[in-house]
Design a protein around this ligand. Sequence first.
Ligand code: BT5
Length: 249
Amino acid sequence: MKAQKTYKIRCFQQIDSTNTYAMKNLDSLCDKEVITAGIQTAGKGRLNREWVSDGQDNVYLSVVLKPCDSIHKNLPLANLTQYMSVIVCKVVEKYRVSASIKWPNDVLVNGKKIAGILSQASIQGNRLKGLVLGIGVNLNLTREAINKIDQPATALNLEIGRSVNKQPLIEELLDSFFENYELFLKTGFSLIERDYITRSDFLGKEITVNSLDKISTGVAKGFTQDGALVLVGEDSQEKIITMGDVTCS
Ligand code: BT5
């Protein structure tokens, strides 16, 4: 007998953005409710960038999380995107491709972006009302659609030479995510540290990190216990970076 799911799914054929919907309706949505869409007309990346959401058979979903009343203090919410990036890698790897992570949470195959994660929080006073974790994975895209993307990108069908069945992949993704979610809330980055590091191809390389108003260059040394990036600059000083976009020099 199949185990009962700990999450429930609300499906839309078309929506502007699953994250926008979840954030707007956060009050009425439950903890562990998932919004999925066949197509997004205004898919969002971080910092108001666009997430190209063409084509029916790709993953566009948002997970609503309300760990607010949890007894655990100091929840590792900022690391949930890193936890999800490891899950996405493992799911994609089942199709015999090797996936890597570009800090903090881009998933790449053959150096090209295949998935992105967007986390948004709603805070009222000092209370966290909820968190929306949005995941986009390119499963079935044409080369034409890929070429519209302004950085090297790919889709699973283009990597394995056949189309990919979306529903079982979504189920696998969500089952894996929720399998260790509670444990992750207790342990944080240490739970995924090894899986994360082995997939971080850029470690030991010269990189540039663009974080809002600052650009930092140096060699990527590793991660702190909290999943922040440790960069060693020309002056041999270690710099801890908590947010930004990485490019390899
Ligand atoms: C992300 O932002 O990578 C987060 C993407 C999250 C998308 C999901 S889909 C379901 C949910 N609902 C939403 O509206 N969003 C979430 P960021 O790191 O800022 O990367 C955005 C950049 O990735 C863009 O500026 C492009 O360069 C590139 N990009 C856009 N669409 C892409 C795609 N389909 N595949 C690969 N790269 C893409």
